[in-house]
Design a protein around this ligand. Structure first.
Ligand SMILES: [Zn+2]
Length: 116
């Protein structure tokens, strides 16, 4: 019985951080949980879904831009927005990105000229 508990505890201490590392989770935190809870920490981390790799998200984001009409994220090379179906100007790799459509403040003089 003591041997079984020792093996279960050891599996938690060693296994939980390894599984956490494979799932892009906090290795140090799961090591502590493995020390405290043994095999229960191993079971919990084994059941958790992997966190998305930050680098994968960055790379995916690097090849997308905002649709100028509906502001949804679409591929840079797209010529039609998949969400609003409107034509958009494709961007070639390495060219300047489209700035997000943010209203820019105008001066009082411009406001008087435009609205009076
Ligand atoms: Zn759109």
């Amino acid at each position: 019985m003591t041997l079984f508990i020792a093996i279960a505890w050891f599996l938690g201490i060693v296994g939980a951080p390894i599984v956490a590392s494979n799932k892009h989770r906090d290795v140090g935190g799961w090591l502590v949980l493995g020390i405290l809870f043994g095999i229960f920490a191993f079971i919990v981390v084994a059941l958790l879904r992997p966190l998305d790799d930050v680098e994968t998200i960055r790379q995916a984001d690097a090849w997308t831009r905002s649709c100028p009409h509906c502001l949804s994220r679409i591929p840079e090379a797209a010529s039609v927005c998949r969400y609003c179906q409107r034509d958009v100007q494709p961007i070639n790799a390495g060219s300047q990105r489209v700035r997000p459509m943010v209203p820019t403040p105008i001066s009082d003089e411009e406001r008087r000229r435009l609205f009076h």
